[in-house]
Design a protein around this ligand. Structure first.
Ligand code: GRF
Length: 223
């Protein structure tokens, strides 16, 4: 890998996905990926503490950011080649989506296009999965577009829904695979293995596709 990929992470919560990206990529020179900055949707969240403890610059979204000008400036100034929404609860303003189209991804704790969209975050996602009677849930990484949880799917990892599950148990099982899926997708992006094509779909540049690999061999894939 010739040049390192700078990643800007947007987070609203405890930041365990951010931590996975720090541990698996940022702290490993050979990954060619560094976290350039972290933006929190409010002060005092765990994600900002995690970033600060690794010397990663942090920013807090102002209460009013009409049109997303502040966010746009912070992301552009970071020089990041990729923006990662890791537990970000706010809709990205359309101008910002446009500027980073094909360079902005989100992780969602269910198998999209089911169980996504406005209001589908946190426990609510897992409660909806349990209420539906679905026997499989999982994690999805997708490109960000103008709607919540709607952009082109990049990779998914299925997780079984087990008898006796409650939302917390299911959330924990899904989160464990999120922590493996997200860094892998970022690595794939850094290596140029996929892109958003002109028709708005994810195009893999070779026969290899981590999305398939997770789906078919999730039990055997090595870390
Ligand atoms: C994750 O489940 C992610 O999929 C969702 O929000 C949660 C964030 O968790 N979008 P964390 O802050 O990374 O621990």
């Amino acid at each position: 890998m010739s040049e390192s990929l700078g990643v800007a992470v947007l987070a609203s919560g405890s930041g365990t996905n951010l931590q996975a990206v720090i541990d698996r990529l940022h702290l490993k020179d050979e990954s060619g990926v560094r976290v350039a900055r972290v933006v929190g949707s409010r002060a005092g969240i765990g994600a900002l503490e995690r970033a600060s403890s690794h010397g990663i610059p942090t920013y807090v979204l102002p209460e009013r950011d009409d049109g997303g000008h502040w966010l746009q400036n912070v992301l552009e100034a970071s020089g990041a080649g990729l923006v990662v929404l890791a537990g970000w609860l706010k809709l990205i303003p359309p101008d910002v989506v446009r500027s980073f189209r094909g360079r902005m991804i989100n992780i969602h704790p269910a198998l999209l296009p089911a169980f996504g969209g406005p209001g589908m975050y946190g426990r609510r996602v897992h409660e909806a999965v349990l209420d539906s009677g679905a026997k499989i849930s999982g994690a999805t990484v997708h490109f960000v577009d103008e709607a919540y949880d709607h952009g082109a799917i990049i990779a998914q990892w299925p997780v079984p829904v087990l008898a006796g599950d409650d939302a917390d148990l299911l959330a924990r099982r899904v989160l464990a695979v999120e922590h493996r899926l997200l860094p892998t997708v970022i690595e794939d992006f850094a290596a140029g293995r996929f892109e958003l094509d002109a028709s708005g779909r994810t195009a893999w540049t070779g026969a290899w596709c981590s999305g398939n690999e997770f789906t078919m061999h999730s039990e055997t894939r090595a870390d």
